[in-house]
Design a binder for this molecule. Structure first.
Ligand code: SAM
Length: 278
């Protein structure tokens, strides 16, 4: 009999992956953690039953959430990652030669430990203790409340708005994010499916819009996420992705991201524009 791992994506929709091995299954202080080897996607991480990342398709998500904001900013030096315990975003951020320091604040040390053990390619920068990277185990909400005028780019690579991630989707958090950024800083957050989570996407867009002069949504394909269509909300103090032009060469080998993608991800379908009222 074959064995499967299943995410209930909505009460009426499930996604299952056939697995040949459960590598870890247990509870941390914050959530249920599962690491499995799936036949299609290689090693996969699930938190509270929600698929987070997999070895085979991680670049869809990690390249987009990291390089779209980092190439929009003309000279990002200080980067903050909230969440991101699997290490995939940190791995992409340290590649930029202009980036000098990357601070990652992840609430769950067990996710970091398991990612180093079972997702070695994704967690490479953490595992190899990359000199630009500092990993702090703690609450990203409390960390953001204390930060002021320091970061060029902030990337909120959070889980869903349940459990410890709930407070990362509030207006207060976006006000603190604005404060933590330098005068020309910008931030990006993963904000779920633009198709299945329309009211969440619309709420976040309006909260961010109350604090940032430039608020944009961008979209990409993520094979393991609900509907396969995923969106990211951006708040920026100065740089507008809709009038972006490259200011430095793209001298890194990428599997998904390129300069056509940088522009294309900001093209939105009509049903999304309608509920965002733009
Ligand atoms: N790419 C993933 C997705 O969208 O499904 C997110 C991956 S990453 C593993 C999400 C991380 O955010 C988890 O490891 C979780 O522990 C962390 N997290 C949740 N709430 C947090 C908080 N308040 N502060 C810091 N990290 C948090």
């Amino acid at each position: 009999m074959s064995e499967w791992i299943t995410e209930e994506q909505t009460p009426h929709l499930r996604l299952s992956a056939e697995i040949d091995k459960v590598l870890y299954s247990g509870n941390s202080e914050f959530q249920k953690i599962e690491v499995v080897h799936s036949k299609e996607y290689g090693n996969m991480l699930a938190l509270d039953g929600v698929f987070q990342t997999s070895e085979r398709e991680e670049y869809f998500y990690h390249e987009i959430i990291a390089h779209v904001p980092l190439f929009l900013h003309p000279n990002p030096k200080r980067v903050l990652i909230i969440g991101g315990g699997d290490g995939g975003v940190a791995k992409e951020c340290v590649r930029h030669s202009c980036v000098e320091e990357v601070t990652m604040v992840e609430i769950d040390g067990k996710v970091v430990e398991l990612a180093k053990q079972y997702l070695p390619t994704i967690s490479r920068a953490m595992k190899e203790q990359h000199p630009k990277l500092t990993v702090t185990i703690g609450d990203g909400i409390a960390f953001m409340a204390k930060a002021e005028n320091y970061y060029d780019v902030i990337i909120v690579d959070c889980s869903d708005p349940i459990g410890p991630g709930k407070g990362l989707f509030t207006e207060e958090f976006y006000a603190n994010t604005m404060k933590a950024l330098k005068e020309d800083g910008l931030f990006v957050q993963q904000t779920e499916s633009p198709f299945l989570h329309q009211s969440l996407v619309a709420d976040v867009f309006s909260y961010v819009g109350r604090h940032f002069p430039i608020t944009r949504l961008f979209m990409s394909y993520i094979p393991i996420y609900p509907s396969g269509m995923h969106c990211f909300t951006m708040g920026s103090k100065t740089y507008d992705p809709l009038v972006w032009k490259p200011n430095r060469p793209l001298d890194m080998d990428m599997q998904y991201y390129n300069y056509d993608i940088q522009k294309a991800v900001f093209a939105l379908p009509n049903f999304v524009k309608k509920y965002l009222k733009i």
